[in-house]
Design a protein around this ligand. Structure first.
Ligand code: ADP
Length: 631
């Protein structure tokens, strides 16, 4: 089976995406909660710290005006007549200067019942409180009315912000003992909060103290100082103006925005960034009442760190998720690669199997074809054998037929000479009886020649039956031709055949004398047969002089009808004849060609351009030799 890996389905991706969104949201929230929780812990700690530092730092100044108010010299000064005053004033000024130096406060001054500063620790300094009127200041009013006063404000002379503590100076020395002991003035101490602000300053945090007016009086962010934490009504504004508490400034509301609650003690808000206009910072804001008065301490903790933690958490989750996704993709790719490899192997195996099957099939087919071929070959061989047998039978049958034909032919061939011999013998006897021996002898010679030609006839059969081993010698071509001419002398004469013999004298060839005669007798006999019924009866016998290869070309041509086309191809085969029964056996040329081959010569036959047959024999020329030949 071809396995396909389609990868992750759409719902797989959707689930992964949902998981990612869920995990990252949870991580972001978790990081936020943790970071803000940690900030809240820090904030609570800070509030404790600042409260205790307010108690310790400011508390120690609280008692100073009360102690100074009990000084006899101070009371004396407040009650002194104009005569006594200058001396007392000098003494009190010195005293106040010493106290201020010892306690480490900003300034200590004595104020008469009308609000005029009559002595001050900074009496001899350029900016001296002496002579100024502070009757409008709430701390003074409170001190006269309730015995003590306290408030944050900006110095009208110095323009320096600070915390004012004031105590009433009573005629009798105490405010508690007698109800009628009337306040004749007040002592006020001004404390700078610069040190506190510096001590509280922490990076990423802001600390403020808000007074009962809702105005920021201590702030580690200088720009926020004397801004209000709540909206100011027109009435509040005019009251503030009247007290000149903030040196106549208009108190602006701080433009922060509350964006969320963390818990009962903490909330989230965005505050303007004083150093970067238009930008805001988000703080976790926590507050608690200050240990003294109606003030409130607030700490603002920058949440940028929490944001960073959130981003880190998000980045972490994203990173983990990406790694997981990458790993999943890698694993998937790996699986796919392995699957592809397996598929490829499988395909290869299948191809191999198929190949083997194909090879087996082809081999089987080939084997079949081979078997079939073998069978066909065997069949052909059998057929051939049968054919050959049939052929032999046919040949045999043909031979039998030929023998009959031949017998008839032989009878005819032999009968004629026998009749002639009979006649010649009878005539010879008559010549002897008439005493004409010469004629009788001539007859006997003719009888001899006829017997010779009969011998030739029977020789033909013998020659055909076996191939005689002959010794090749130089034989005169001219003599052989003369012999043949002699054999057919009467026929040539009777049939008026024009015979031309053109043999160069002394032409000798390698042959055997009687066989050469037989060859020429055969060829001449055929030529005479051919011209018998022709209009022109002419036979030409020629021989050329030996050529460069020592070959003698011998030709015998006639004016007959030429060799029949159906005969030409089989001319030299036995029993091929066109002559009627009794006239030819079809052996003449077969025997002739065998004899010629025995001479090492070649015979060929063509029909001449002007009709008639032309037989050519190429003999091997031989040096002349004395040869014996009959008659
Ligand atoms: P036969 O003379 O007994 O027929 P041969 O072998 O001598 O046998 O000749 C075979 C045949 O060749 C003849 O029957 C004849 O048809 C043909 N033939 C031979 N010589 C000639 C020739 N000079 N002209 C035409 N036909 C010839």
């Amino acid at each position: 089976m071809h396995k396909r890996y389609k990868g992750i389905a759409w719902w797989g991706w959707a689930a992964a995406a949902a998981l990612y969104v869920g995990a990252s949201t949870a991580a972001i929230e978790f990081a936020w909660d943790r970071a803000i929780g940690a900030l809240a812990d820090v904030g609570a700690h800070r509030l404790d710290l600042y409260a205790s530092s307010l108690t310790s730092e400011l508390g120690r100044f609280e008692m100073v005006p009360a102690l100074v108010a009990r000084q006899d010299s101070v009371r004396a000064l407040l009650k002194a007549s104009p005569d006594e005053a200058p001396g007392l004033t000098r003494a009190v000024n010195r005293y106040l200067e010493a106290v201020n130096l010892d306690v480490g406060s900003g300034a200590v001054d004595v104020i008469d019942a009308h609000g005029s500063v009559i002595a001050a620790s900074n009496w001899n300094q350029q900016v001296s409180f002496v002579g100024t009127n502070v009757s409008y200041r709430p701390y003074f009013q409170d001190a006269l009315a309730q015995g003590r006063g306290r408030f944050f404000g900006i110095g009208t002379n110095t323009g320096v912000p600070g915390l004012y503590f004031a105590n009433a100076v009573h005629e009798g020395g105490t405010a508690d003992d007698k109800a009628d002991d009337k306040a004749i003035g007040a002592v006020a101490v001004k404390v700078s909060v610069d040190a506190l602000e510096t001590a509280w300053r922490t990076p990423g945090e802001a600390a403020i103290v808000v007074d009962s007016n809702g105005v920021i009086v201590i702030s580690t962010v200088p720009e926020w100082k004397f801004n209000a934490m709540r909206a100011m009504t027109a009435q509040q504004q005019s009251a503030i103006q009247a007290s000149r508490q903030y040196a106549g400034r208009t108190v602006e509301a701080l433009h922060f925005r509350r964006v969320g609650e963390w818990n009962d003690a903490a909330w989230l808000g965005t505050f303007p960034d004083p150093r970067r206009a238009g930008r805001t910072t988000r703080y976790l804001v926590m507050s608690r009442p200050a240990p003294q008065g109606h003030d409130t301490i607030m700490v603002l903790l920058d949440t940028t760190g929490a944001r960073r933690q959130q981003r880190l958490a998000f980045a972490f989750v994203t990173g983990v998720f990406l790694i997981a996704v990458l790993y999943a993709l890698y694993a998937l790719q790996r699986r796919r690669t392995i699957a592809e490899k397996l598929n490829a192997q499988e395909a290869l195996r299948r191809a191999n199997d198929q190949l083997e099957t194909t090879v087996a099939q082809r081999t089987a087919a080939l084997t079949d074809a081979n078997d079939r071929m073998q069978r066909e070959i065997a069949e052909r061989e059998r057929t051939e054998q049968r054919l050959r047998a049939t052929q032999q039978e046919v040949v045999h049958a043909g031979k039998l037929a030929v023998i009959g034909q031949m017998a008839a032919g032989l009878t005819h061939e032999i009968n004629q000479p026998l009749v002639a011999i009979r006649t010649l013998c009878d005539n010879a006897r008559t010549f002897f009886e008439r005493n004409q021996p010469a004629q009788a002898l001539a007859n006997l010679e003719r009888v001899g020649r006829l017997v010779d030609s009969m011998a030739v006839l029977t020789g033909e059969l013998k020659a055909f039956a076996r191939k005689p081993e002959v010794e090749r010698v130089a034989v005169s071509l001219g003599e052989a031709v003369a012999h043949a001419r002699f054999i057919y002398e009467s026929r040539i004469r009777d049939e008026a055949v024009r015979l031309d013999v053109r043999i160069p004298p002394g032409t000798t060839v390698y042959a055997e004398s009687s066989q050469l005669q037989q060859v020429i007798v055969n060829l001449l006999g055929n030529a005479l047969d051919a011209v018998r019924d022709a209009g022109t009866r002419a036979v030409t016998i020629e021989a050329d002089a030996p050529d460069a290869h020592d070959r003698v070309r011998f030709t015998i041509a006639d004016s007959g009808p030429g060799i029949a086309p159906e005969v030409l191809a089989h001319l030299f085969e036995p029993f091929v004849t066109t002559k009627p029964r009794g006239q030819g056996l079809g052996l003449g040329l077969a025997i002739t060609s065998r004899i010629v081959e025995g001479f090492g010569a070649r015979i060929a036959a063509v029909n001449g351009d002007e009709g008639g047959a032309r037989f050519t024999i190429e003999f091997m020329a031989a040096a002349p030799q004395r040869t014996e030949h009959g008659r």
